[in-house]
Design a binder for this molecule. Structure first.
Ligand SMILES: Cc1cc2nc3c(=O)[nH]c(=O)nc-3n(C[C@H](O)[C@H](O)[C@H](O)COP(=O)(O)O)c2cc1C
Length: 348
């Protein structure tokens, strides 16, 4: 059975799960067109995640996948947090705002409890994927027993081998070009392998199907990665502009006007690639202290963005985007899937 048959999809095209940007409508449009739609649920409570899954199931009978974060949770490091808040005080002052004195753990990990697992077992999407790490063995086993396929992001060979050893079904090879958070397991280092190199490396050393993600904006680029050994491709940035995504007007505008991206850990505490803005030009200065840990740092980043946005300054927003964002096209999700399929078929 081929991977497409296992996933019950027609085209080797995955919509990247994008917490904050994914919607049931966007997922369903991609799935109804024969790709694999997705929901990024890492920032949602179990109840909000349930609503999104049920809504997607009402919009499509086709397969889709849901995505959660598997970071290693840690208690707040008060000293680091205090230092980080202190460093950002002048930024808050610019918008007549006051930073919080304590930071909250705004995103629980899938590893912390089984609420998300139970939700997945109950609602039974075709597949579930994980970012930042691998679920516990009992969670993997429960998903296997329920016939739900599992996928985990890898950014280098070591992570991919660990994914394979854990009994996961599919590896998402996330290259350094990718928009959004790096899927790195250990947030203190990043091998920064480019997508085409990662696909070739994993193809050589791993047995699992590989899905290529990072910097793919058209079907020609996608087909080249399939020729290098990927079974399918996953695109995020290309779909953010779709009307059915949750991106706000400022994000949509910036996607077409700011074609340069950089990686910073200052927004959330973990490295992530987005459109260049105040975080890269004002915060990531040589004298910057170490950031507060993820996701506590993100609590502060979101509050600074809220204060600045309230005054019409969107320079502290997390406008995640991949390196090839300059190639973005204004297109509805169904048309984009069709266009990708056409371009793939035209690529030698
Ligand atoms: C706006 C945005 C949000 C993202 N959120 C998630 C997420 O919640 N979970 C996840 O596994 N990957 C997330 N990613 C990363 C994607 O899965 C994928 O690696 C990336 O989009 C591929 O690169 P591209 O954006 O150049 O297509 C996100 C990417 C973007 C652009």
């Amino acid at each position: 059975m081929t991977l497409l048959e296992q996933l019950d999809i027609k085209h080797p095209i995955f919509l990247a799960p994008m917490a904050g940007v994914s919607t049931p409508q966007l997922a369903a449009e991609v799935s109804n067109q024969g790709g694999l739609g997705s929901l990024g649920l890492g920032a949602s409570s179990a109840e909000a995640a349930r609503q999104q899954i049920l809504e997607t199931q009402a919009l499509t009978h086709q397969a889709f996948q849901v995505n959660f974060f598997c970071h290693q949770s840690s208690a707040l490091d008060h000293d680091l947090a205090k230092q980080w808040i202190q460093y950002l005080i002048p930024q808050f002052e610019k918008y007549n705002a006051v930073p919080p004195t304590e930071l909250e753990c705004i995103y629980p990990s899938f590893l912390d409890h089984d609420d998300y697992l139970n939700l997945v077992l109950e609602t039974k999407p075709k597949a579930v994927s994980f970012h930042f790490g691998i679920p516990h063995p009992h969670q993997i086993q429960a998903l296997k027993n329920a016939g739900i396929m599992t996928m985990v992001s890898a950014t280098n060979l070591v992570e991919a081998l660990a994914i394979e050893a854990a009994g996961i079904d599919i590896i998402i090879a996330q290259g350094i070009e990718a928009g959004g958070h790096r899927g790195i397991f250990n947030e203190t280092f990043d091998s920064a392998v480019k997508t085409s190199d990662l696909v070739q490396l994993l193809k050589k050393h791993c047995h699992l199907p590989i899905i290529a993600a990072g910097g793919l904006m058209n079907g020609h680029q996608a087909q080249r990665l399939i020729q290098l050994g990927a079974e399918a491709v996953q695109l995020g940035t290309a779909f953010v502009q779709c009307k059915s995504s949750n991106a706000n007007a400022a994000y949509r505008k910036a996607l077409f006007n700011t074609p340069i991206t950089q990686i910073t850990e200052s927004i959330s505490g973990r490295p992530a690639r987005g459109l260049i803005n105040h975080w890269h030009t004002q915060i990531d200065r040589p004298e910057r202290p170490n950031v507060a840990t993820y996701p506590y740092c993100y609590d502060l980043g979101k509050q600074l963005n809220a204060a600045a946005s309230a005054q019409g300054d969107f320079g502290f927003s997390a406008f995640w985007a991949g390196t090839n964002v300059a190639q973005i096209r204004e297109m509805e999700a169904a048309d984009l899937v069709n266009q990708l399929v056409l371009e793939m078929s035209q690529t030698q």
